[in-house]
Design a protein around this ligand. Structure first.
Ligand code: SF4
Length: 108
C-alpha cells in the first residue's frame, strides 16, 4: 500500500516542504506541496514537481558508456577506468592541460 512521507525538496536552497507518495517497492508515485507548511508558501515550483524525474529519468545512464566512432557502447567499469587512465597518461599535454584547468582552483 502506498505511503506518503513529508520531506523537503533538495533541488535548490529554498528547501520547500513536500509530500511524497511512495509505492511498496520504493518508487516515487507523486510529489505534492505540503499544504500545512507556511514557510514554503504551502506550494512548490515546477522543478520540485518534476523532481521524481531526477530519480528515474527514462534516459538515465546506468552503466559506463564508451564512445566508439560516432556512437556509444556499454563498457565495464574496469574497461572505462583503464581507458581513461591510458588516455590521461598518453594523451599528451592537451589532455593534461584540459584536466588540470578543470580540476584546479582559480589562482588569485
Ligand atoms: S520546490 Fe522549487 S523552489 Fe522549492 S526547493 Fe524545490 S526547486 Fe527550490
Amino acid at each position: 500500500m502506498p505511503r506518503t512521507v513529508t520531506t523537503f525538496c533538495r533541488i535548490c536552497l529554498g528547501g520547500c516542504r513536500v509530500k511524497v507518495t511512495v509505492s511498496d517497492d520504493g518508487r516515487v508515485e507523486r510529489i505534492g506541496p505540503d499544504k500545512e507548511n507556511p514557510y514554503s508558501w504551502r506550494d512548490f515550483c515546477a522543478k520540485g514537481r518534476s523532481a521524481a524525474d531526477l530519480v528515474e529519468p527514462p534516459r538515465r545512464i546506468l552503466k559506463p558508456m564508451k564512445r566508439v566512432g560516432e556512437s556509444y557502447v556499454e563498457a565495464s567499469c574496469t574497461d572505462a577506468a583503464t581507458d581513461i587512465g591510458r588516455r590521461l597518461r598518453h594523451g599528451g599535454p592537451t589532455w593534461r592541460s584540459r584536466w588540470a584547468s578543470r580540476c584546479s582552483a582559480p589562482r588569485v
